[in-house]
Design a protein. Structure first.
Ligand code: HAM
Length: 420
């Protein structure tokens, strides 16, 4: 019986894993420079954490959550995103007692029961960042510019930063009324979901992916045209600070997010080299009411999440670094193999990636293996080498070699010179 992973759920293994690690390392380095600390959150939470914040009438909550009853009779959900879990944790552990603003990042899998296709999985990974306690649009600009730096370091270009404001509870009622007025007459031409959501959450109609609904809602009023004074100023200030930070962006009044918790700033980074609804490689926004709604103090928040698989798709072509061992120690005979094993052990203790052969393979097959696994250098220990305690260390790429004594110190020094 051969087993397969579930539909929309993938293994990540070499060589792709090297791109994953590279992206994670780049992100960690940048987070550090911006003062973000890591937080590790559980993958499973009480269902209510997501239904309340993401919104009862969103696609995520209505259709995509992995929700089940555990053995204790509680309704639990595999997290479909990280922000709600983060806020739960932030409030639960009184993290707001530390000086504001507090900046955190997380990396890990999220789960949404969507129709799997290229760039859309049921288990997918995000790198997320969240800042609590900063009200000014300067922080929005800094967060977006940090995201831009991460994507740039990864080597991605041809990206479009789309920005909008989706208002606040002050401007929302007037906007919602205008939107409903526009749609009311033709509501019968919309899909079942839209008709059902029209009265409870009309903003969700703007997020519907059904082609006929997209057509029907063309020309509907945009939130950005109905912003209150505060939200309007916030957006202007964000634009001003993004220009100061040198981040190119476009204002997209039609941008809506699939989660209910956002206020004011919302943004998406889209890849111009891929099309369709899977072209958003990262997205985020401000959520000024969430901490309070979760039982914490009245503190604003802003953050984003990068979709790892979508970034990997774009970055795959950029991965020219091949990860292979620093040295492969070939040996012929029992005493020579024992010497090789001891040397490899000492080299590893010094931080060198060393490989040896564990069976009595011929020199030719050991050399083949060294080649196949991308060893940067080889050394052969035969009877003579063991007797004289010296051998030739050879760099695979350049073909250069150097005579070294069979000591870990000498080999490590020579390796530094030969293969860096
Ligand atoms: P989101 O827009 O739902 O936002 O997801 C962020 C990113 O995750 C998307 O832009 C996309 O790249 C990736 N993504 C989403 N669903 C899938 C999927 N099924 N397969 C592959 N990739 C996917 C959030 O999750 C918010 N929590 C972001 C945030 C953080 N807002 C404030 N702080």
């Amino acid at each position: 019986m051969k087993y397969k992973s579930l539909k929309g759920v993938h293994d990540i293994y070499p060589p792709d894993i090297f791109i994953w690690q590279r992206i994670e390392n780049i992100s960690r380095d940048i987070f550090r420079n911006y003062g973000y600390r890591e937080i590790r959150l559980p993958i499973i939470e009480s269902t209510e954490i997501f239904t309340r914040s993401i919104g009862e009438t969103t696609d995520i909550v209505e259709k995509e959550m992995y929700t089940f009853t555990d053995k204790g009779g509680r309704s639990v959900t595999l997290r479909p995103e990280g922000t709600a879990s983060f806020i739960r944790s932030y409030v639960e552990h009184y993290l707001y007692n530390e000086p504001s603003p507090q900046k955190f990042y997380y990396m890990g899998p999220m789960f949404r029961y969507e129709r799997p296709q290229s760039g859309r999985q049921r288990q997918f990974y995000q790198i997320g960042a969240e800042v609590i306690g900063a009200e000014s649009a300067m922080m929005d600009a800094e967060v977006i510019s940090m995201l831009s730096l991460i994507l740039e370091r990864i080597g991605l270009d041809n990206l479009s930063f789309e920005i909008t404001s989706i208002g606040c509870p002050d401007c929302r009622p007037a906007y919602t009324a205008a939107l409903k007025d526009y749609i009311r007459e033709k509501i019968e031409s919309f899909c079942d979901d839209c008709r059902r959501r029209f009265d409870i959450n009309p903003l969700r109609l703007l997020d519907c992916k059904v082609p006929s609904c997209i057509k029907e809602r063309e020309g509907s009023p945009a939130v950005i045209e109905h912003l209150c004074g505060g939200c309007g100023e916030h957006l202007e200030s964000l634009k001003h600070h993004l220009r100061i930070l040198g981040v190119s962006f476009v204002i997209n009044p039609a941008l809506v997010r699939g989660l209910d918790y956002y206020t004011k700033t919302a943004f998406e980074v889209k890849s111009m080299s891929s099309s369709g609804s899977q072209n958003a490689v990262a997205a985020g926004g401000r959520y000024d009411r969430m901490v309070k709604e979760f039982g914490g103090p009245d503190l604003p928040g802003i953050g984003f999440a990068i979709g790892m698989e979508r970034i990997i798709q774009l970055a795959r072509s950029l991965n020219d670094e091949f990860e292979g061992p620093d040295i492969f120690i070939c040996s012929l005979g029992d005493d020579e193999s024992a010497k090789a094993l001891g040397l490899a052990n000492r080299l590893r203790q010094k931080g060198v990636w060393a490989e040896v052969s564990h069976d009595k393979a011929s020199l030719r097959s050991q050399m083949n293996r060294a080649n196949r696994i991308g060893a940067k250098s080889v050394i052969v220990i035969g009877e003579n080498e063991l007797k004289c305690n010296t051998a030739k260390l050879k760099a695979m790429k350049s073909g250069e070699s150097s005579d070294v004594s069979l000591s870990a110190d000498d080999i490590a020094t020579a390796l530094n010179k030969l293969v860096g």
